[in-house]
Ligand binder design. Structure first.
Ligand code: PLP
Length: 381
């Protein structure tokens, strides 16, 4: 029998890199690992804490009958692509993921090379909340955050940035992509005209446009326009179309429009390489198909938006709150009198203290009349 030889590699201490341990994820000022969202009588922490819709769950059970090809080669994914093409009124390609962060980072990785810049708002989720995923997936692409009220990019500042960062000067990193969130991070919607005010000058300089549509449905029903008007017709090249926040378990479609469809192969390769190509993609497609059936997605977004408007109305009536941003979707940002904030928290309202000093209340598809009544009672003391 061969002698078993252990090879021990003593690592000299000078080669051991100091690597402090990464602390466990904490979502915000309130640590919701301890304060399980369910304990709140009024669940306004985030729409990601909401359950999935029963129709989505039923569709999963149906998709579970029998076998299907893997890695997105299944009939449900093909059906979803056709339905999205009809919905958006154009030819398109899709790649499915289970998180908005994965969608954004993958989408941006095909729009922005490692030596280039992505312009976005300073409040953008890709800039503030994705732990460097876009930089990681682009292999070094640089985010250049721009200002603007209510988390909307100011067109004048975009024009200045485009002038200041030319494509061909040796020292500057050239912008290659513009990223816009709609609904945005302050709960505001860009109209198609506002989108075009940003996308037209960006495209004139050769940039591609990424749309973060984690709450696309909420913006859409609020604006009352068509999905096409809010995406490719407004200059969008890639849309990260999210269902997770609006009643899916975890379903996001990266939608490629126009010439960007030529990048499908690269996007799929990056999706696989990064471990985001779900082998049983049919279950993501099934969720999204059920969500689109009979306009369920629009009904649920309307419900969430109307609950947010009610939260806004009650806060405004209280006399102890002022709105930090217009309420265009399902999120309410309000500056609260500390007495009112305390009263709401003691009554069991779950909401986050936001870094800008406001309080964020998020309504979801299943915010109930009881929660809104409890909120009113809490405000009335
Ligand atoms: C505007 C926006 N984009 C993207 C995301 C990312 O979604 P996920 O949490 O699924 O990665 C979020 C999540 O809150 C978001 O608010």
């Amino acid at each position: 029998m061969a002698e078993r030889r252990e090879r021990v590699w003593p690592i000299p201490t000078r080669f051991v890199m100091p690597c402090p341990p990464v602390s466990p994820i904490q979502h915000s000022a309130i640590d919701d690992r301890d304060q399980v969202p369910n304990v709140f009588a009024m669940k306004f922490l985030s729409d990601t804490t909401s359950p999935a819709h029963p129709d989505v769950l039923a569709a999963l059970a149906k998709a579970n009958e029998g076998y299907a090809p893997s890695y997105g080669n299944d009939p449900l994914t093909a059906e979803l692509r056709e339905r999205l093409a009809a919905l958006f009124g154009c030819e398109l390609d899709i790649v499915l993921t289970t998180s908005g962060t994965a969608s954004n980072a993958l989408a941006l990785s095909v729009l922005c090379p490692s030596h280039a810049v992505i312009l976005c708002h300073d409040e953008a989720h890709i800039h503030r909340d994705e732990r460097g995923a876009p930089e990681f997936f682009t292999g070094g692409g640089k985010l250049l955050p721009l200002k603007g009220d209510h988390a909307k990019i100011d067109p004048a500042l975009l024009a200045a940035a485009l002038a200041e960062w030319p494509q061909d000067f040796v020292h500057t990193t050239p912008p290659r992509a513009l990223s816009i969130s709609n609904l945005n991070e302050s709960g505001c919607a860009y109209s198609p005209r506002e989108l075009m005010e940003l996308t037209a000058p960006a495209k004139a300089k050769g940039l591609s446009v990424h749309l973060d549509g984690a709450r696309f449905a909420n913006a859409l029903v609020s604006l009352g326009c068509s999905p096409a008007d809010m995406s490719w017709k407004a200059g969008g090249d890639i849309l990260c179309f999210g269902a997770t926040k609006n009643a899916a378990l975890g379903a996001e479609a990266i939608i490629l429009f126009g010439e960007t469809r030529d990048r499908l192969g690269e996007l799929q390769a990056r999706q696989k390489r990064s471990g985001h190509m779900g082998p049983k993609a049919r279950f993501i497609a099934a969720q999204m198909c059920a969500w689109l059936d009979n306009d369920l997605w629009l009904d649920l977004a309307r419900k969430a938006n109307s609950a947010a408007r009610e939260i806004e109305r009650l806060l405004m009536r209280s006399g102890g709150a002022e709105m930090a941003h217009p309420v265009d979707g399902n999120e309410v940002f309000a500056r609260l009198d500390p007495v009112l904030a305390d009263q709401l928290q003691k009554a069991g309202a779950g909401f986050y203290a936001w870094p800008d000093g406001s309080a964020r209340f998020v309504a979801s598809w299943c915010t109930s009349a009881e929660e809104l009544a409890a909120f009113e009672a809490a405000i009335n003391g």
